[in-house]
Design a protein. Structure first.
Length: 318
């Protein structure tokens, strides 16, 4: 990929289709069974600048329209990952995954995992425990689906552990490629000092979407994000050889998404690498520096022990 081809309308020859407008205007233009993965974080109906607060039933009816179209355009071996938090009304919470699940089930989708995304930072509550997780509902369209576990394995806790008895005595008891990451993922959310931070108030971390893209698609597949925001899904997909379709109603977010694509083309976009552990204040010097994304080339990873002075305060996460 020498140069990213960005289209503003549906175009099979593009690398990324970045539609400025309502996803319900874009989705009908996409053919049936076209995308391998739908991954998104829809508005939570909290009255953020990019959404109008609706009655909950009206909100769910709107979500159903979007999900119905996503199911139509989804490949038979494809997946939908719907990442949601809580709807809050007068300090009472309604977990959106609970109310979205019946919609997806009624459309014939099969729930494979309810993934808990845990993070350490967020708003501090005074009348309840502070929320420190959100949920990704992973559905598949059918019983046969793409799932590349080896692509997303994480290091074993005891990599040299061996069987101590039986016919496999002396052999490694764990997979040498690493272990299944499980369904509770501890990944820092994008807050003030995160290297990926933009003006978007609810921005995905790239590594969260990377794991889903790598596990649920193959190179050359199409990924759809109907609420693409500042383009995080596009970055995660393009850097691994996938193509992307996204819609966004806020013009400023669309411009930021385009700028992030251009930075990635030039090898100037930095992200938090998947291999980086959550910051430990007891071991502040043990950390992997930001990864440089250069579309069309292998990822550029700075050396672990290069001088810290080369990084600004904005890159010192957590």
């Amino acid at each position: 990929m020498d140069k990213v081809k960005i289209a503003t309308e549906f175009d099979r020859t593009a690398d990324i289709i970045l539609y400025e407008g309502d996803c319900l205007d874009l989705l009908p233009l996409i053919p049936d069974n076209f995308v391998k993965l739908v991954v998104t974080s829809p508005p939570y109906n909290l009255g953020k600048p990019y959404e109008s607060r609706l009655d909950l039933n009206e909100y769910l009816a709107q979500q159903r329209k979007v999900i119905e179209e996503c199911v139509r355009v989804l490949n038979d071996r494809g997946s939908i990952c719907w990442q949601v938090g809580n709807y809050v009304n007068n300090s009472e919470i309604i977990p959106l995954d609970i109310v979205v699940y019946p919609i997806c089930a009624s459309l014939g989708l099969h729930l494979r995992n309810r993934i808990v995304w845990h993070f350490g930072h967020g708003l501090h509550a005074s009348k309840r425990f502070s929320g420190r997780y959100e949920v990704i509902l992973w559905f598949t369209k059918g019983s046969e689906y793409t799932f590349n576990l080896d692509a997303v394995r994480v290091p074993q806790k005891y990599p040299k552990k061996k069987y101590f008895k039986g016919p496999k005595k002396g052999e490694l008891s764990g997979n040498p490629l690493g272990k299944n990451p499980g369904d509770v993922w501890e990944i820092p959310n994008v807050k003030a000092n995160h290297v990926e931070k933009t003006i978007h108030p609810c921005q995905f971390p790239v590594e969260l979407i990377e794991r889903l893209v790598l596990a649920m698609t193959d190179e050359g597949d199409w990924v759809l994000d109907p609420f693409i925001g500042v383009g995080t899904t596009a970055i995660a997909a393009l850097m691994h050889g996938r193509k992307v379709i996204g819609a966004e109603i806020v013009p400023e977010y669309v411009e930021i998404a385009k700028e992030r694509m251009h930075l990635a083309e030039k090898g100037a976009l930095r992200i938090r690498p998947m291999a980086r552990s959550v910051y430990d204040p007891d071991m502040p010097d043990i950390s992997i520096p930001p990864q440089v994304v250069h579309l069309g080339l292998a990822p550029v990873q700075p050396q672990l022990f290069e001088q810290r002075a080369q990084y600004t305060a904005q890159e010192q996460e957590e």
